[in-house]
Design a protein around this ligand. Structure first.
Ligand code: KG4
Ligand code: ZN
Length: 360
């Protein structure tokens, strides 16, 4: 089953073509450069960029997957429309992220999917973005590798710029949200710390690079929620503590210590993530661990999650490529495939709407 998948949940316009669990093509048009100068995602800017990018990105995903000629018509807009028309003939259903995410950004993807559904008579599949992240560990390349068998129940940690969740995967399609952030997401906290240090946006990957080999205990930073009995996270207190510590530092002191500050802040965030994930393992006794989302692109965090797997003698699953960690439509296509297998299609295309606060 060939699925065209679309995700516009935040600041990346993405489209992919999947066949079963195989990602045949995946295109991500990043808006980082647009949001950089504002040091964060500006919703109206995101929406406009999605509107401009969605058709070319979908066309490119179809063109790559089915090796269509690059230009089917001389005029650029007609070319995009032509590629979409020819490519859609090979598509069985359209999967689109309907939430959670930024409302006006989600809307662009959902409306585009609805138009494709109407124009080409295709079924739609409304996918939850978090389920997409969770099932990204089952995505395969175009040759069907890697072949994985995920033992269930599995416990998933999903950490990105917009979410920080602990999810019990009881069955594929059957999830229990055990914990979430009460304020900032872990990636958001890393981004804000990076901003305070003048490292630009988004900061997670820069902080990772700078932290290498530096002192992880340079400042006393709190480990919020360490003693709470629940499985929720909180990162805004950590960010505030960091801010109050460095705000009056002279510029050169700050500049000299950026690697130590990066390592110390990153470690505080990861300590909280790992401690709560461990607590959840003790409670749920899963058969496997899953760790997904943009922040899991971080090697240090992956190492710590692998360590947890070793401690409990559990297999650990990350997406097979870090391209599947950050937002992408490939994972939406994979989740859409499992939904299609359950017959979970949108029953009335007209009534499909974005759900910014969609729950798993
Ligand atoms: O999954 P994602 O692309 O988008 C959301 O759904 O939010 O995640 C983006 C987040 C950003 O906060 C970014 O700083 C963080 O993931 N990130 C990283 C790394 N690469 C991206 N955080 C830590 N280490 C990295 N290597
Ligand atoms: Zn995401």
């Amino acid at each position: 089953m060939n699925i065209l998948a679309i995700d516009t949940s935040c600041d990346d316009t993405s489209a992919a073509v999947t066949c079963g669990q195989c990602v045949l093509s995946s295109i991500v048009s990043s808006q980082i450069d647009l949001h950089k100068e504002f040091e964060g995602v500006v919703p109206s800017v995101a929406r406009r960029a999605h509107q401009e990018q969605i058709a070319p990105v979908v066309a490119k995903a179809l063109q790559r997957a089915f090796r269509l000629p690059r230009v089917l018509n001389h005029s650029r807009n007609n070319g995009v429309a032509q590629i979409i028309k020819v490519g859609m003939e090979k598509i069985d259903a359209v999967a689109v992220t309907h939430g959670p995410g930024l409302a006006i950004a989600l809307e662009v993807g959902v409306e585009f999917a609805k138009t494709l559904g109407h124009t080409y008579g295709k079924k739609l599949i409304a996918v939850n973005h978090i389920e997409g992240h969770v099932l990204s560990v089952l995505a395969q390349n175009a040759k069907g590798n890697p072949q994985r068998n995920l033992p269930l129940p599995a416990l998933a940690l999903t950490v990105s710029g917009g979410h920080t969740n602990i999810v019990l995967i009881k069955q594929i399609g059957q999830y229990e949200l055990l914990g979430q952030t009460l304020d900032d997401a872990a990636g958001e906290a890393l981004d804000k710390a990076a901003k305070l240090m003048g490292l630009g946006y988004p900061g997670g990957a820069v902080v990772e690079q700078l932290a290498k080999g530096a002192n992880t205990n340079f400042l006393p930073l709190p480990r919020p929620m360490k003693h709470s009995k629940d499985l929720n996270f909180s990162f805004s207190g950590l960010k505030t503590a960091f801010y109050y510590t460095i705000r009056d530092w002279p510029k050169d002191r700050l500049a000299q210590n950026i690697p130590h500050l990066s390592a110390t802040f990153q470690t505080a965030v990861f300590d909280s993530l790992v401690a709560k994930f461990k607590q959840a393992v003790d409670i749920t006794k899963p058969q496997a661990l899953v760790a997904v989302g943009g922040v899991l692109a971080n090697r240090e965090l992956r190492k710590r999650i692998r360590g947890l797997g070793k401690l409990y003698n559990l297999p650990v699953f990350f997406p097979y490529t870090t391209k599947l960690n950050t937002d992408n439509a490939g994972m939406i296509g994979v989740a859409g495939f499992y939904q299609a297998q359950r017959g979970d299609f949108v029953t009335d295309i007209n009534s499909l709407d974005r759900e910014p606060r969609a729950k798993l």
